[in-house]
Design a protein around this ligand. Structure first.
Ligand SMILES: [Zn+2]
Length: 247
């Protein structure tokens, strides 16, 4: 771990703000271990970097709401596959394997599931980036402005080098060559570097209308998981309302 500069306000009593606790062992050698405060700071930075919308901050696979679904079987088996994927994440990520979670129905809870996966991985100290396709395009486009603080390659580096990239709502936006080219750059870069990408989509891979080079990489490097075809947004809204009424 690199030494990090700590702002004065978060100086820790245990380590004095160095991030390391040192002591002498029985042979009088100085030994060191990372202080707990460092974990918290790193975790905070990971959360900040991931850019998961605050509404999804508490989502975890362990608290994924099954009760709102009529067809529990599909959701349960999807969650089981996700759990297995996460349990073996070290092995899977070494192979660059990600997930492709799809169902035609909007509002079925795919984003909730994907954000749960992202949060679970951040808790295990992986660097995760969460974004919709449109957000990625917007971030790149913003760099074309002369007053931009970042260059296009800054944005691409950030998206292509993080350990896990979650692309939410993949597949509605391949309307022009520019978009296809940018997505290909991102997906191919992650592909050649063996980094996993996790997608949610309203289209099965076969029905994606994108560049074949993108499609073939998605097929090769993801486990495809069919998710629920129920719209549970309404039900969740009702449950929230009941919560309020019942206090
Ligand atoms: Zn400390």
């Amino acid at each position: 771990m690199n030494s990090m500069q700590f702002p004065r306000s978060v100086r820790c009593k245990e380590c004095g703000g160095t991030g390391w606790i040192t002591w002498y062992d029985e042979n009088n050698y100085e030994v060191a271990k990372q202080c707990k405060c460092m974990e918290k700071i790193i975790y905070g930075r990971r959360i900040e970097f991931a850019q998961i919308p605050p509404i999804y901050a508490d989502n975890r696979l362990s608290n994924f709401q099954l009760s709102v679904y009529e067809d529990k079987k599909t959701v349960q088996s999807a969650c089981m596959l996700v759990k297995k994927y996460l349990d073996d994440f070290k092995k899977n990520s070494k192979k660059g394997m990600g997930l492709y979670i799809y169902s035609n129905m909007k509002g079925s809870g795919k984003t909730r599931l994907a954000s749960s996966i992202a949060n679970d991985l951040i808790e295990r100290y992986y660097s995760v980036r969460f974004a919709t396709c449109m957000e990625i395009f917007d971030e790149i486009r913003k760099t074309y402005d002369k007053s931009a603080d970042y260059t296009e390659s800054d944005v691409l580096n950030c998206i292509t080098r993080c350990k896990v990239l979650v692309i939410d709502d993949f597949g509605v936006e391949f309307s022009n060559d520019w978009r296809n080219e940018k997505l290909y750059t991102i997906i191919n870069s992650r592909y050649v570097n063996g980094l996993p990408t996790i997608y949610t989509s309203n289209f099965s891979v076969d029905n994606l209308r994108c560049d074949d080079r993108i499609k073939s990489r998605v097929i090769e490097k993801t486990l495809q998981i069919h998710f629920s075809e129920e719209n549970i947004r309404r039900k969740l809204a009702l449950e929230n309302m009941q919560d309020i009424v019942n206090g």
